[in-house]
Ligand binder design. Structure first.
Ligand code: MG
Length: 163
């Protein structure tokens, strides 16, 4: 088994929605980003890459590469999963925390869970999405941006002890 952790932050900017975990959430603002600025999938990709010992998202999808401009982060995640599958890793589970004062993600939580489960090729019950504010403290508390943290556990295909 191998464990990985990832974190990502994006500032709010002009726009009318925020993409979180591949789910577009209507909001009075958007995020400033080279890609679609999906903090949850960026944290998740870093956790996956970290667990596999494959560096970080910036190495695989550099901001300087126009190929990833405005990229759908689901494509980045699929690319990362292809790297892991080539190395015979499978995801045991993923646990994410979204840190934001707004938008509230409660009613989008199940859609986010399903979205990530599909991207990782695992069951919904192997994905958990949590959300928290920071009680008005810091840049998140001032509603200047949002953040996400992800932890994943990988196992080598065929080495699964049980189900
Ligand atoms: Mg990012």
């Amino acid at each position: 088994m191998r464990i990985g952790i990832g974190i990502d932050v994006h500032a709010f900017g002009p726009g009318d929605s925020v993409v979180i975990a591949g789910v577009r959430v209507p909001y009075a603002r958007g995020v400033v980003a080279h890609s679609d600025g999906d903090v949850a999938l960026h944290a998740l990709c870093d956790a996956l890459l970290g667990a596999a010992g494959l560096g970080d998202i910036g190495m695989h999808f550099p901001d300087s590469d126009p190929k990833w401009k405005g990229a759908d982060s689901r494509e980045l995640t699929r690319h990362v999963m292809a790297l892991l599958r080539a190395r015979h890793y499978r995801v045991a589970n993923a646990d994410l925390t979204i840190l934001a004062e707004a938008p509230r993600i409660g009613r989008h939580r199940e859609a986010m869970r399903r979205s990530i489960a599909q991207l990782l090729g695992i069951g919904d019950d192997q994905v958990n999405i949590k959300a928290t504010t920071t009680e008005g403290l810091g840049f998140i508390g001032r509603n200047e941006g949002l953040a996400a943290q992800a932890v994943v556990l990988l196992h080598a295909a065929g080495s699964e002890a049980s189900g």
